[in-house]
Design a protein. Structure first.
Length: 380
């Protein structure tokens, strides 16, 4: 990852973790509060039931004039108090607050009942237990454990999602980095040629044909780079018009004539009248990119074949060709099949976009080492 991608990753990770953690702890707190309320309610009714049983035993002993014998309850203490709050039977675990029906203090849950109504001199039955505090502690530990596990899971998910979501950005950033490198390289060649030709012309103080040719070729290369970058960067609003496309092809061939001569590439041009309803700039970009690619990837002393008619446009070269495994992705922007002659990887993408816009059919047949044949069916 470069610095920008790393920064985006950590920002996403931080935002995701903070929001998820807040939501998790809020949910955990709400769940703990609900469980605490439920547990206290459960323990209240449990101890209230014990108090009712004791109250029944007190009343029964009083009515039947029998001695009071209370059974022992697990995890609960029973205390019987008179109206002056004096313990008359049983035991208590702490001082009693008789102003409340139930409460929890120092981990002891207390329930107070007035069921005996003075029988045997008993006014209050006090049931106390520590089981509620123990249960609440178990709930707290379980929620803490589950929250910790979920937090770890969220951390893992956030890292995975961060990498998945940032993968397109990372790929795009890599494309941009490669594009900048390619742009620098592509601009360096014609600029260096221009500087050398200009310097040579100044030194010789004469302007021979070779110098003029180099300057012309370099200037055209710079213009082609500018045209391609402008096309992919700015949407053209040029209106379609009826255009003699065969004349556009002829002009384009003349435009590249100096480069053809420099590489000693012979040219076969078969043409018939062809009229298309197309924007002039797009027509020029279409044929220029086809010819530029054919010349760029052709070896010196080879041949290029161009045929234009109302039905189709064919551009065939005897160049290095395209590997079979690259053919499926060659139309993607910034994708290059090889490093033979540099480039940005936008030429075929521009051709593909223009043909799709006008519903033309694009076919590319290529064999590595034996050249490439591009056929555009102009029938709609």
């Amino acid at each position: 990852m470069n610095k920008l991608t790393q920064k985006s990753f950590w920002q996403f990770l931080s935002l995701y973790l903070i929001s998820s953690t807040i939501l998790l702890f809020t949910s955990s707190y709400w769940f703990y509060s609900a469980q605490t309320t439920m547990q206290k309610s459960y323990d209240y009714y449990k101890l209230k039931h014990i108090a009712d049983e004791v109250s029944t035993e007190v009343i029964k002993a009083h009515m039947m004039e029998k001695p009071l014998n209370l059974k022992v309850y697990d995890n609960a203490s029973v205390g019987l108090y008179d109206k002056k709050h004096t313990l008359v039977y049983g035991s208590s675990q702490q001082d009693i607050d008789f102003s409340k029906d139930y409460y929890m203090k120092d981990k002891i849950f207390t329930v107070i009942s007035t069921g005996p109504s003075g029988h045997l001199g008993v006014t209050y039955i006090v049931i106390q237990s520590t089981s509620c505090a123990s249960s609440l502690n178990d709930i707290k530990e379980k929620i803490f454990l589950v929250t910790t596990l979920v937090l770890m899971f969220i951390l893992i998910v956030s890292v995975v999602l961060g990498k998945i979501f940032l993968r397109p950005i990372k790929e795009k950033m890599q494309e941009i980095e490669n594009f900048v490198k390619d742009t620098t390289h592509e601009l360096n060649t014609p600029i260096s040629a221009l500087m050398m030709s200009t310097s040579r012309a100044k030194t010789k103080k004469t302007y021979d044909a070779k110098i003029i040719q180099n300057i012309s070729i370099s200037t055209k290369q710079l213009y082609d780079i500018y045209a391609s970058l402008s096309y992919i960067s700015f949407e053209s609003k040029e209106e379609d018009e009826k255009l003699r496309f065969d004349l556009v092809v002829k002009d384009s061939i003349a435009y590249f004539n100096e480069l053809l001569e420099k590489k000693n590439i012979s040219f076969e041009f078969i043409h018939k009248s062809c009229t298309l309803n197309i924007a002039p700039t797009k027509a020029k970009m279409l044929i220029n990119n086809l010819l530029s690619n054919a010349i760029k990837y052709s070896r010196p002393n080879s041949q290029i074949y161009v045929e234009i008619s109302q039905e189709k446009l064919i551009v065939k070269d005897e160049g290095i060709g395209i590997a079979k495994d690259k053919l499926s992705s060659i139309l993607k922007r910034f994708t290059r099949a090889n490093d033979y002659a540099g480039g940005f990887g936008v030429g075929l993408n521009i051709i593909d976009e223009i043909t799709k816009k006008y519903s033309y059919k694009l076919m590319i047949n290529s064999t590595e080492g034996n050249g490439t044949k591009v056929i555009i069916s102009l029938k709609i």
